[in-house]
Design a protein around this ligand. Sequence first.
Ligand code: HEC
Ligand code: HEC
Length: 349
Amino acid sequence: MKKALAIAALFTLAPISSALAGSDLMAQARETFKPIPSAPPALSGNVVTRERVELGKMLFFEPRLSASHLISCNTCHNVGMGGDDNLETSIGHGWAKGPRNAPTALNAVFNVAQFWDGRAEDLKAQAKGPVQAGVEMSNTPAMVEKTLNSIPEYVERFGKAFPGEKSPVSFDNMAKAIESFEATLITPASRFDQFLEGNAAAMTDQEKRGLALFMDKGCSGCHSGVNVGGQDYYPFGVVEKPGADVLPQGDKGRFAVTKTADDAYVFRAGPLRNIALTAPYFHSGKVWNLEQAVAIMGQSQLGEKLSDAQIKDITAFLETLTGEQPDVTYPILPASTAATPLPVAMATK
Ligand code: HEC
Ligand code: HEC
């Protein structure tokens, strides 16, 4: 009797990957991925306090950090839209179209480094970039400091967020405050996290098949850890380089950071948390459909033409990576004063 049951069980499992056998799949997944914690992680070189987070939130939504007084971090990293702008590549100062797709700011704190090429070591280093970038906010540190100093509520809030400092209103402290807020932009409790935490019923059979394929085919060789990616760098096109329609020739990724030939067309493995919310895909933003992105990865990174059924299963798994979105109350920003520099007019480019 026992034997017959065992054989019957084997028979039902036969066409499916062995990894699907319930707890095996869970055990294998736990070795590869980590759930998103329910509280923000500690930051190196920054002491997160309530005052810093509150100030950082205001600055994240503060369009006066841009020369035009029109563009805030939230313009391109909309926290109500998965933390990005859902555009092919971002549009900034003077309606200039930037060269790359905006990655989500959600869970960015868990990435090994920031940007598609990892050129900023952490969020506070990152935050200084867009404020100064010509195609983003097109401002200068001196103008930002002048603007913030002209608004008494900001002067007071910087003083409280950076107590005991001689000149608390600084470009560096702006970046630290923004980093403190961004660390709160995490999305725990996705169905995949519930599964990792022991709830086998949190995912459907199709999603589990997708997870098993994701690991067995080798996607998880590059997309692992808390963010299911974002932890290391690889060539885009390990096996087969995608066409220039997906991988434009001009952007050589990490090559621009390290200047080593080996790093040409090397990019950070995309963090796949909330990926269903952040189309279009890849640093070029050329692919709008997640199934198509999965198919391209199979071909370019694994040299494998995945079947339609496999693509659908993997995509179903990726959709379980959508977590609880942060509940952000829009901050009320203090009014400008007579001393506040005026916005710079934007010529359309
Ligand atoms: C005009 C649109 C735009 C604005 C405004 C903007 N960003 Fe970005 N952001 C981008 C783009 C595009 C990238 C990717 C650039 C790259 O990889 O070279 C990016 C990258 C990032 C990243 C890295 C995420 C990752 O996974 O690597 C973070 C974090 C971020 N921005 C936060 C901010 C903050 C904070 C502000 C405000 C101070 C801001 N951004 C303003 C478009 C924008
Ligand atoms: C050899 C490493 C490697 C393997 C294997 C790999 N990827 Fe990727 N993945 C990357 C890199 C690098 C990127 C960033 C590409 C770019 O520059 O746009 C990426 C990007 C992605 C993106 C787009 C992310 C975004 O935000 O736009 C998805 C989706 C994705 N991978 C899914 C998969 C799936 C599914 C598999 C398995 C079929 C897979 N990957 C296998 C390295 C890999």
